[in-house]
Structures are given as C-alpha cells and as structure tokens.
Design a protein around this ligand. Structure first.
Ligand code: SAJ
Length: 417
C-alpha cells in the first residue's frame, strides 16, 4: 500500500528540456508546481509564460498553467510534498558520470524537508545514483530516514525519462514509465504522483534496475545506429549505396537496420552508453565499440568535404543543419555542429555558410572565426560550391533539387538520393 502522505505540491529542480515539460504536465494535471532553475533568465521567461527553447506544444501548456497560478519558477528550492530532480548528468574526461548537479540539487532540497516527502531522480544516471542522492540528503538530515511508514520517512525513487525531443508533450503522457524505488513504498508513491499525468503503464522495480533500464534503452539504439554507420563506411568503399542496401535488407521480416548519418548526437544516446561502460569496462566491449564507431563518423565526413574543398580555389561550403537531429534547435553534443566548426577551422581558404532554420545566431563555438556566416537556405545553396547536408530538417527535404544540379553534394542523411 502507498504511504499516506500528500502529493499536492511538486517542485521540479532543473527546468530544461525534460524538467520544464514535466513541470507543465504535472501543473496541467492539477498539481501546484514550483520549478527551480539556476538560470534567472529562464525563470523570468517561464514566469512570463514563455519557453526558453523549441518544443512542439509546450509553450501553450506553460502559458496556460502560469496564467492559472498552477506553475511558477524561482531560483531557490521551496518546501514541497514531492521533488523531481531533472538536472544534467554529463560525463567527465574518462567517461565517468559527473553527479555534481544531482548532488547540488540534493543539497538544495535537504534543508526544506520535514519528513514524508517523495524525492524522484529523473536525470539519467549510472546504477547507484539514486542511492547516492539519498545519502547526500540523509547525511545532511540524519534525523530523517529512508525507512517507510515513519513520521520522519523520506521516499527516494528513480523514474527515468524516455521522451523523444520533438515529441515530448505526446510521449510524456503516453509512454510507459519505469519506476524504481529505493523501497517498494517509494516506488508506489512515485507511481501515484506520475499516474496524475501519465496514461502509459507504470512499471515498478528497484532503483538500480530502473537506472540500468534507461541506459540499456539508449545503448541498444546506439549499438544499432553504429551498425548502420559501420555499414555506410564499408558500403562507400565498395561502391554501394548504403540507403538502398539497408532498404533492401529491411525487407527481410526479422531485419530492421537503422539509418546512418554524420554521427550520433544529443545529450542521451551519445552519452548514456558510457555510463554502462564506466560501471563495468571489462564486460562492455560491444557497447564501447559502438560509441567509438559512431564518434568516428564526423571526422570521416569532414575529410570528405576537405578532400573536395582542397581542389577548389576559394571554396564556399553550405553546411545544412547543425542541430543534433531533425526539426529541433538543440545543438548539444551535435556531430553536425562539430563538423561545421572543424570545417570552418580547417578550411584554409573559403567560407562556410551555416544553414540552421531553428536558430537566430551562431553558437559560441564559432566565435572569432571570420570565414563563417549563418545564412538562409536558398542564398547558401546559390553561393555554394559544395553542399553538405547533415540534418534532415523538413525545409531541406522539400528543397528544389534542380538548384543542386551544378553543386558538389555530400548528403550524409541520404535525404536527396
Ligand atoms: N540517429 C541516427 N540514425 C538513426 C536514428 C538516430 O543517426 O536511425 C541519430 C540522430 O540523428 C541523433 C541521435 O541518433 O543524432 C539520437 O537521436 P534519436 O532520435 O535516436 O534519440 P534522442 O537522443 O533524441 O532521444 C533518445 C530516445 N531514446 C531511445 O529512442 C531509446 C528517447 O526516447 C530518450 O528519452 C532520450 O534519448 C533520452 O533523453 O535519453
């Protein structure tokens, strides 16, 4: 049976790509939600009903909930019945997870607790991270306990997010959720809270299994994309069109190969498999190799562009897309952004015209580089000698191919074949 504690007020710590949509759907479901973020400008934007990044359908919900007084944001952690920690977990130089943001969130929550609160870790993290978060809090508040059904009980749980950027508002509500408690009671309480907005199945387990399940999902996808990327390298050397090859092979009833591209980006698939590797290096050879294969793709693309550019006098390269995937503005861990930056840096003469319909200014990585511009699609293609397609954004899909006839095209996504 779930512990009998209130779940009316929820504080979401970290209002990024996952935290803000989570806060929004909880507020929409009737909870009083107080979001917390270290960035004052994001706090101000949210309190004005605005969203600091692009995500289909999010702004309407945020604006509505703020107007109704159900959602607000601040920089200090408040008192609440439940906390959801949704902060970044980057990796350090050796690919070990950096838990410092989770620790900072835990230190912010600790002084506010009175007993009876649910504390959910949503951030993707290696096995043992939820326990670590609980330890940080209980060390600061030794009079509280993680044992259930006491007046001074705290309930710690892990509910990894699984939503796909671009479809977050749909998947947040419809996807099944894995919920892993440090105790059964914590998992039950977490389920009760998430049942308020989630129509998917809520699957209860322990915290370590939930942590590993999330990493497993992303490692599965990474390994499968690595297979496609490796095929693309082999196929090119054999003079075979990899997209036709994959399309044909996928007609087999039990074959379903993913798509090759310029590399794997984003803060999830390019990062999470390393948490498995760092938990057990000796036994995660396949997972580590997949990461290496995917990480090798940007350099191969770059070499191809430079090989052509070197033959031209003052080449103009149109670099189409620097987001980490189609129809989003997220540049985190983006292989196409890395390629565009390295190209600008390594091109001895000539110009790079970056086309990214989802941003207004070039990111800071391009600062101080004179030979790069953010351009619009038609202008860039018209001026370019080489057209490098790196992201399958919709406007690129619909582009009039006639205009590419005189150009040297490198299509890393197979969009224009
Ligand atoms: N990619 C390919 N080929 C493909 C599919 C993807 O090269 O066939 C590339 C994309 O271009 C992109 C990267 O992989 O650079 C990742 O894109 P994605 O759409 O596969 O996934 P993400 O990173 O946006 O979201 C993933 C999802 N995980 C799974 O599908 C198992 C999402 O459900 C998770 O919630 C999210 O990671 C996360 O936050 O962990």
């Amino acid at each position: 049976m779930s512990p009998n504690v209130p779940l009316d007020t929820v504080s979401v710590i970290g209002l990024g790509y996952i935290g803000l949509p989570t806060a929004a759907v909880l507020a929409q479901a009737g909870k009083r939600v107080i979001g917390v973020d270290v960035k004052q400008e994001n706090v101000d934007a949210i309190n004005a009903g605005q969203v600091p990044f692009v995500e289909e359908g999010l702004e309407t919900v945020v604006a509505g909930c703020v107007a109704k007084g159900k959602l607000s944001a601040q920089t200090e952690t408040p008192k609440a019945d439940a906390y959801i920690v949704s902060v970044p977990t980057p990796f350090k130089g050796d690919h070990d997870a950096d838990l410092s943001y989770i620790e900072a969130a835990a230190r912010g929550i600790a002084p506010q607790l009175t007993g009876g609160e649910l504390i959910v870790l949503e951030s993707t993290a290696p096995p043992g991270a939820t326990e670590h978060m609980a330890d940080v809090i209980l060390e600061l508040r030794p009079e509280l306990t993680s044992e259930p059904h006491r007046v001074n009980s705290l309930y710690f749980s892990h509910a990894p997010e699984r939503v796909l950027p671009g479809r977050i508002m749909i998947e947040m509500v419809d996807n099944d959720r894995i919920i892993g408690g440090l105790t059964r009671e914590a998992a039950q309480l977490n389920r009760d809270l998430y049942a308020s907005f989630c129509r998917g199945e809520l699957l209860l387990t322990d915290a370590r299994t939930a942590e590993m399940a999330k990493l497993t999902e992303n490692a599965f996808r990474d390994v499968n994309i690595a297979f496609a990327n490796e095929l693309s390298i082999i196929a090119e050397r054999q003079g075979i069109d990899v997209w036709e090859l994959i399309e044909l092979a996928n007609h087999h009833p039990r074959v379903n190969i993913l798509q090759p591209g310029p590399g794997v980006g984003g803060h999830c698939i390019a990062v999470d498999p390393w948490f498995i590797v760092s938990a057990d290096r000796e036994h995660s050879k396949l997972i580590a190799t997949a990461r290496t294969v995917n990480d090798s793709k940007p350099e191969l693309v770059l070499e191809k562009v430079l090989a052509k550019a070197d033959k031209l006098k003052s080449p103009v390269v149109a670099a189409l897309g620097i987001a980490f995937k189609a129809n989003i503005d997220d540049l985190r861990e983006s292989p196409s952004k890395d390629i565009a930056v390295a190209l600008t840096d390594r091109l001895e003469q000539g110009t790079v015209l970056v086309v990214e319909p989802n941003i207004d200014v070039l990111p800071r990585e391009f600062e101080g580089m004179g030979n790069v511009e953010l351009a619009d699609l038609d202008d860039a293609v018209e001026r370019a000698d080489i057209v490098l397609l790196m992201v399958d954004h919709d406007p690129f899909k619909d582009f009039d191919r006639e205009k590419l006839r005189e150009k040297f095209v490198i299509d890393t996504k197979g969009l224009w074949r």
